[in-house]
Design a protein around this ligand. Structure first.
Ligand code: TTP
Ligand code: MG
Ligand code: MG
Length: 437
């Protein structure tokens, strides 16, 4: 019946290849002129989502502010009320307070002045209200957060090319071969990066520089906020061993509970255990990993992979197809393209907001259309539905050579999930938030 469809599927995601640095490096690398040490930095933005909001509302600096709550744009309502004033002149008293919050939302993050009261990420807002009733509540602006995230990462990549993306507000950076990366153990380069990020975004970050990723990740927390912490091989044990086991990135709440049950509280106490004991209690691979981690050993390379801007699939047909006469065949191909894009998104861990199509007519003219929806998706049926609407907006009276489907405005699935968890879609959880002053 129908000629076996198509085609060679071409994927056009903009994904530069992987690049590993320092994979086979031992801790010390002999160099012709000087002996270079492996220096790995971990950089993490300070109170990221909250700091992004404070760029808009600088009058809230120094005040306890938490990010969280319903999806309603609470600040849009304030802005309407104070439409005649610039955002920065809306008085702090006009903002909603935690004590007036009603609902099941959890806190996404809190400014450092709010953390003094013991509130922080993942705490229920009503529970937090008992600790910091007068903290100001703002919703996260995910689009703005992503824009700033791209901006600060671009600054880093300009200075040091080997950057591994670790989510919305953090990266690993291989300092080893970057000019200045060895000076004062990495402090000089870390300061330069902090300065560059501040100049570009007016935001602060904290950086840990250490012999490997594991220690760098811990070290970036040592002097938060706006701090730098330099750890050398020789002070790993003094700095790491007194810390709680949970400080090892990879020991989560379950492993922590099990370690506590076994009487182990600190990283030093793990280091003091035999590997055999760790293997017996945690299995072969985790046991060995815990042993190495507690001794500060970690060979993982810094892996660079740029964030994709969009993901798409397109196909050139074996013969030109007509929208009406070859409707069934085209429909099947179209659906398949949408399914492939959805699979790509899921495999790579992305969701997108803009869905688009691309057509090439038999005279080689190209037409594209796209549509941005109000939420992120990786659902093949939804992509198919929106792409179908785009298709209705192009002339289809001519034969087609090529069809493509594209999903853009991407975000990492896990980040979007974190936001959704922070703002559960309860009808309207904050009815009384604006009754005050
Ligand atoms: P973190 O870097 O863990 O926290 P932070 O930047 O707010 O504060 P710190 O100065 O301690 O680094 O997370 C980065 C952002 O990710 C945070 O601003 C909000 C978001 N996030 C969530 O949405 N849910 C969470 O549970 C956590 C921990 C963070
Ligand atoms: Mg952070
Ligand atoms: Mg972080």
């Amino acid at each position: 019946m129908a000629a076996s469809p198509v085609f060679h599927l071409v994927s056009w995601f903009r994904l530069p290849g992987h690049c590993a640095a320092g994979a086979a490096r031992s801790a010390k690398i002999p160099d012709a002129v000087t002996e270079k040490l492996r220096r790995i930095a971990h950089l993490d933005m300070d109170a990221f989502f909250a700091s992004v909001e404070l760029l808009r509302y600088p009058q809230l600096r120094g005040l306890p502010v938490v990010i969280g709550g319903g999806r309603r744009r609470v600040d849009e309502i304030i802005r309407e009320r104070y439409a005649e004033r610039p955002l920065s002149e809306i008085p702090p008293e006009a903002f909603p307070l935690l004590k007036d919050y009603v609902g099941r939302g959890v806190i996404t993050t809190a400014t450092y002045p709010a953390r003094v009261f013991g509130v922080g990420s993942a705490m229920g807002m009503m529970k937090a209200a008992k600790l910091a009733p007068d903290a100001i509540v703002l919703p996260a602006d995910f689009d703005e957060v992503r824009r700033v995230s791209r901006a600060f990462k671009a600054v880093i990549r300009d200075i040091a090319p080997l950057v591994e993306d670790r989510g919305i507000d953090e990266v690993y950076i291989d300092f080893t071969d970057v000019p200045g990366g060895q000076r004062e153990g990495g402090r000089v380069l870390a300061r330069l990066i902090q300065k560059g990020i501040f100049e570009a975004t007016r935001l602060t970050c904290s950086i840990g520089v250490a012999p490997n990723k594991l220690i760098a990740k811990m070290a970036s927390e040592f002097n938060k906020p706006n701090g730098i912490s330099i750890v050398f091989e020789e002070d790993v044990q003094a700095k790491m061993w007194p810390l709680a086991v949970r400080k090892i990135n990879g020991i989560g709440p379950k492993a922590e509970a099990r370690l506590h049950k076994l009487g182990v509280q600190t990283i030093g106490e793990i280091a003091a255990k035999d590997v055999a004991w760790l293997v017996e209690n945690f299995g072969r691979s985790t046991g060995h990993w815990m042993h190495h981690a507690a001794w500060g050993r970690d060979d993982r390379p810094v892996v660079t992979e740029s964030e994709p801007v969009s993901m798409s699939r397109e196909t050139t047909f074996d013969r030109d197809l007509h929208a009406v006469r070859d409707r069934a065949e085209l429909g099947a191909i179209f659906t398949q393209l949408c399914e492939h894009v959805a699979e790509d998104l899921r495999r790579k861990g992305y969701v997108g907001k803009t869905i688009g199509i691309k057509l090439r007519y038999d005279d080689f003219r190209i037409a594209t259309r796209d549509q941005t929806i109000g939420h992120f998706t990786d659902d093949p049926r939804e992509i198919r539905r929106i792409a179908g609407q785009c298709l209705k907006r192009v002339p289809l009276d001519q034969r087609l050579r090529l069809l493509g489907v594209r999903v853009g405005k991407l975000a990492r699935t896990e980040e979007v999930a974190a936001i959704a968890a922070a703002a559960p879609c309860v009808a309207e959880p904050i009815p009384d938030l604006f009754t005050q002053g």
